[in-house]
Design a protein around this ligand. Structure first.
Ligand code: WTA
Length: 648
């Protein structure tokens, strides 16, 4: 296994070296109060905190509080505090879907737009603690809406613009949200996305379920024709004219919620992950500074969508809290062609570039010339997130994109963790392609076997974190019991990540992927249970079981076993119908890759589906099915093998 040792140039430039990393890390875990008490001061507090860490992972009492008696406003930290020193510096650099379109918003302008949007929300009756739902394309107004909510103490819930009306409705209901911010249409890869139409449908569905949306604030993006509901719908460009550009930020407690973000788990409906204000911002801004070795004046680009946690922490909150210029990209990596990313890097002189392995694999397939026709000379740091990166993709990223000049930070974290937990630091950490390397400050990873026994040394196991860090989620929205059940009940007194990992002889961490029923499709988290419930909602389907299988481009593909109702026949046409049905229920990111019609599913005598077997068959690896003797009807397996859809 190759190791790339820290180069001298990286060391000279970097804020932290290997020794400092170790000293800081040791202190962060031996004296968290002292360490975070000091680093908590990196953000501005209205009333300073006097306590730092107050957290419990004890069964029946999962209670996580940081900087509890301090008060602050997150939006003021991201904007107001920079006005004096860098009011005219660009805060958001926006690159449109069309390469001819871009826009720069300074901190001063950001301050005005956000204050106006905050006042529009107030005028529509939004108060501290109310939930505001966003269903937005990647335009600056998406960031305005998040920051405007934070400014007045409202809690935002961003729903990815690729989700279906049904999925949006479920999240509106889940958060009891009566205010929705959207756009007429989105624009991606030259195609429009009917956001307002979807939003209208979602409002209708939510209303039937008892959640009425009383305000839909609409940003005009394309100018396309949209349905309009008088009284409920408000154009942003009109409303902003009639409100003041001054909106004092609300004083919030450190533990007041900042946002809810719905994410998939192994069971049931997506959970509303709740993040609070003080600890989250300290952690997001500190990781942004040290993981990306951010220096004043750097142009920083994270290609995620604001609909995911990466967009929250590393497009909006982390960078802006640090006074950085954050690039926001509306389009897709292969439009107009697969050289777009590198053209944007040159156009905006990007220094730090953060993307997902799935994008790297796709661009890799398009050939080297698309990369080398751009100079990329401004790049200093490259990052990845979202799924394990295979060494081939890592090496291509390092050699072809970075010309072996830029360290790659492979950052492991989750919606639940708020910020990066395991990662190299440029200038401090030697790199191994495919390894997320070392824990960030305050993070104590541990491996356990299925019985919960702690595994020492170079080994493999289930990845847990044994103590809290400031960016950790605090609860599942209105369901603290589910929070404990999901993350703290499998192994007592520790947070279980749902991931498997290896630790090598140098103490480096290698994430191997999910060990629960969550699959990772192109870096998007998907609960197999969600896809199953979408399938069984179709009137020809009686039962469904969904598993992931290795997919060259997407990381994992979605493999569905479907049992039809009595008298129904499987056909290619029905396959297509089911694919489009799932897209309608959840969204295009949940499109099944393979559908196998199965007269019955392998079940234990107690009726539990044996997914282990289904996974093996989906991988075309049925030579090693293991023990099938507990199956109620072992004959089922032969039929499944005969009709498998992934024959190698
Ligand atoms: C996976 C995204 C390997 C992991 C920030 C985790 C990764 C899930 C990495 C969280 C990485 C994320 N290496 N796997 N660098 N980063 N993952 O909530 O399985 O959308 O549990 O958060 O993505 O996905 P989520």
């Amino acid at each position: 296994m190759t190791t790339i040792t820290v180069k001298d140039e990286w060391k000279q430039r970097a804020k932290l070296d290997a020794e400092t990393y170790q000293t800081w890390y040791d202190r962060s875990v031996s004296d968290p109060d002292g360490f975070w008490g000091e680093h908590g001061k990196r953000i501005d507090w209205i009333k300073p905190y006097s306590t730092v860490k107050n957290t419990s992972y004890a069964p029946g009492n999962i209670d996580i509080r940081w900087f509890e008696d301090g008060t602050l406003n997150v939006c003021a930290n991201c904007i107001d505090r920079h006005l004096e020193s860098r009011g005219d510096q660009v805060a958001i650099l926006w690159e449109g879907d069309d390469p001819k379109e871009s826009k720069a918003i300074t901190f001063k302008e950001l301050h005005e737009e956000v204050s106006r949007m905050a006042n529009v929300l107030k005028e529509r009756g939004v108060k501290k603690g109310d939930r505001v739902t966003l269903y937005m394309p990647m335009i600056p107004e998406a960031a305005y809406a998040m920051l405007a909510s934070a400014r007045i103490g409202a809690v935002h819930s961003v729903v990815f613009g690729g989700f279906s009306p049904d999925a949006l409705a479920g999240r509106l209901e889940g958060a009891s949200s009566s205010v929705l911010i959207t756009a007429d249409e989105g624009l991606r890869g030259g195609k429009t996305v009917p956001l307002k139409k979807n939003a209208d449908k979602a409002c209708e569905i939510a209303k039937k379920a008892g959640q009425e949306v009383t305000t839909v604030l609409v940003v005009k993006r394309t100018g396309g024709d949209v349905p309009w509901s008088e009284g409920r719908d408000v154009w942003w460009h009109e409303a902003r004219e009639s409100v003041s550009a001054d909106c004092p930020p609300e004083e919030m407690k450190a533990e007041d919620p900042l946002f809810i973000l719905y994410t998939s788990g192994s069971t049931g409906k997506p959970k509303g992950v709740v993040h609070t204000s003080g600890g989250y911002l300290v952690y997001a801004s500190m990781t942004h500074e040290y993981v990306f070795d951010y220096h004043d004046g750097d142009i920083y680009w994270c290609t995620a969508d604001v609909g995911w946690v990466t967009g929250h922490s590393y497009i909006v909150y982390g960078p802006l809290a640090n006074g950085a210029t954050t690039l926001m990209f509306e389009g897709v990596p292969n439009y107009p062609d697969a050289g777009r990313m590198w053209e944007v890097v040159d156009k905006h002189k990007v220094n730090i570039f953060y993307t997902a392995p799935t994008a790297i694999r796709a661009l890799m397939g398009a050939g080297k010339e698309k990369v080398t026709r751009a100079s990329r000379e401004t790049l200093k740091i490259l990052g990845t997130v979202g799924e394990p990166i295979n060494p081939e993709a890592w090496n291509w990223y390092y050699k072809v994109v970075g010309d072996e000049r830029c360290p790659i930070v492979d950052t492991w974290w989750q919606t639940e963790t708020g910020g990066i937990l395991i990662t190299p630091l440029p200038g401090a950490t030697d790199l191994k392609p495919g390894s997320a390397t070392r824990p960030f400050f305050g993070v104590k990873p541990q491996l356990v076997d299925n019985e919960g026994n702690v595994q020492e040394g170079a080994t493999e196991g289930n990845l847990c974190i044994t103590d809290s860090w400031p960016g950790q989620m605090r609860t599942v929205y209105q369901d603290h019991e589910r929070f404990e059940q999901t993350y703290f009940s499998t192994y007592k007194n520790k947070y279980f990540t749902g991931d498997g990992a290896k630790r090598d002889e140098d103490g480096y961490w290698w994430i191997t992927g999910r060990v629960d029923d969550v699959i990772n499709v192109s870096g998007h988290r998907m609960g197999t249970a969600e896809v199953e419930s979408a399938l069984v909602a179709h009137d020809k389907v009686s039962e469904a079981a969904v598993v992931g299988y290795p997919h060259d481009m997407k990381g994992q593909g979605i493999y569905c076993y479907v049992t039809l109702m009595e008298g129904e026949e499987g056909s290619d046409e029905l396959r297509k119908e089911l694919v489009s049905h799932v897209r309608n229920e959840i969204g295009p990111i949940a499109s099944p890759d393979k559908i196998q019609f199965a007269p019955s599913l392998p079940k234990t005598r107690s009726g539990k589906i044996m997914r282990r077997i289904l996974r093996k068959i989906a991988e075309d690896d049925f030579g090693s099915l293991g023990d099938t003797s507990t199956l109620a009807d072992p004959g089922v397996v032969d039929d499944l093998i005969d009709n498998r859809q992934n024959k190698k």
